[in-house]
Design a protein around this ligand. Structure first.
Ligand code: OOG
Ligand code: MG
Length: 264
C-alpha cells in the first residue's frame, strides 16, 4: 500500500475531527488495507495531533471489549487507541458538545500505572501488580464516520473512536476491587439507563489490558509508568444531547458525574 494513500487517510480523519464533520468509511474500498496499516494510520494521526494541537500522549484506551460488541462487529478481539492530554475533561463539570460529531458516553474503569509494562506474556495478575490505583471514569466516544458505522479497521484508523475522557476522584488499590462482580449503575437524567458488572469487560478489565500489553509487543510499544488506561466500556454507550446529566455509581467507589451543553 502506498505511503501517499496512508497520508491521505490520516489527513481526512484529522480534518473530519477538526471541522466536526463525518467521512464515509473507507477500509473495505482500499486494497491491502489490513490491521497493521490501520494501526499505522492511528500512529501517524496521533503524531499529527500532538504536533498541531501541542499536546502529548497520556495513555491508552481499549474498545470492543465486550462479547456483544465483538459479535456485532464480527471480530474476536478488542481494539486499542491512544489517549492525549487534551482529551481529558474535569469530573463534575458541564462540558460543551460543540466539538463532538455524534458523541456518546460510556462508563469505564481506569487503571493508572506505577511502572512500565513491557513484554509479550503479560497476565492480568501482572497488570494488577503494576497498577498504582484504579478509578471510575467516563469515556466520550465519537466516530468520524457517517452514522457511527464502520468496520474494525476503520475504527482502529480513527483511533478507536476516541474523543474525551473524564476520571473520577475516588481511587482504590486494584486488589480492593472485585474485577468481576463489581457493579455499575449508569444513569441519564436521573433514570437508570444501564446496569452491569466489571465482568462485562472480557471477564475482567485487567485481562483486557493484558491483551493490549501483549499486542503492543508487535509494534514496539509499552505501557509507561504514570499512564492511564481505559479498560473498555462496562455498559452500552449512550448518545449525548445538550442539557443531559449522566452519573455512574461504581461498587466501592461512589458516583461520578458529567453534564453537557452547547456553547463554550
Ligand atoms: C468504538 C469505541 C469502543 C469501548 O469502550 O468499547 C470503546 C469502537 O472502536 O468500536 O471505546
Ligand atoms: Mg470506550
Amino acid at each position: 500500500m502506498k505511503t501517499a494513500s496512508i497520508d491521505h487517510i490520516v489527513e481526512d480523519l484529522f480534518q473530519a475531527e477538526k471541522n466536526v464533520r463525518t467521512l464515509p468509511q473507507f477500509a473495505q474500498d482500499v486494497p491491502e488495507f489490513n490491521e497493521e496499516r490501520a494501526y499505522d494510520v492511528q500512529e501517524l494521526l496521533i503524531e499529527k495531533k500532538c504536533r498541531e494541537e501541542g499536546t502529548a500522549v497520556s495513555g491508552w484506551k481499549l474498545g470492543l471489549t465486550s462479547k456483544a460488541k465483538q459479535q456485532m462487529m464480527g471480530v474476536h478481539e478488542p481494539s486499542y487507541g491512544v489517549l492525549l492530554k487534551n482529551m481529558s475533561l474535569n469530573e463534575g463539570e458541564t462540558h460543551s458538545i460543540d466539538g463532538f460529531i455524534h458523541g456518546k458516553l460510556e462508563p469505564e474503569l481506569a487503571f493508572v500505572f506505577k511502572e512500565d509494562v513491557m513484554g509479550d506474556y503479560i497476565t492480568a495478575a501482572q497488570i494488577i501488580q503494576s497498577t498504582a490505583y484504579v478509578l471510575p471514569a467516563f469515556e466520550v466516544i465519537d466516530s468520524r464516520f457517517e452514522a457511527f458505522k464502520f468496520t474494525l479497521l476503520d475504527a482502529v484508523a480513527d483511533n478507536s473512536s476516541s474523543c474525551r475522557y473524564i476520571l473520577g476522584n475516588q481511587i482504590l488499590s486494584p486488589e480492593a476491587v472485585d474485577m468481576r462482580l463489581g457493579g455499575v449503575v449508569f444513569r441519564k437524567n436521573g433514570e437508570v439507563a444501564a446496569t452491569s458488572t466489571l465482568a462485562a469487560v472480557m471477564g475482567n478489565p485487567a485481562s483486557a489490558i493484558a491483551w493490549m500489553a501483549n499486542k503492543f509487543a508487535k509494534r514496539g510499544q509499552y505501557i509507561q509508568k504514570g499512564q492511564v488506561v481505559l479498560s473498555g466500556a462496562i455498559t452500552q454507550a449512550i448518545h449525548i444531547e445538550p442539557g443531559d446529566h449522566f452519573s455512574a455509581s461504581f461498587d466501592g467507589f461512589g458516583t461520578i458525574h458529567a453534564s453537557f451543553k452547547t456553547g463554550e
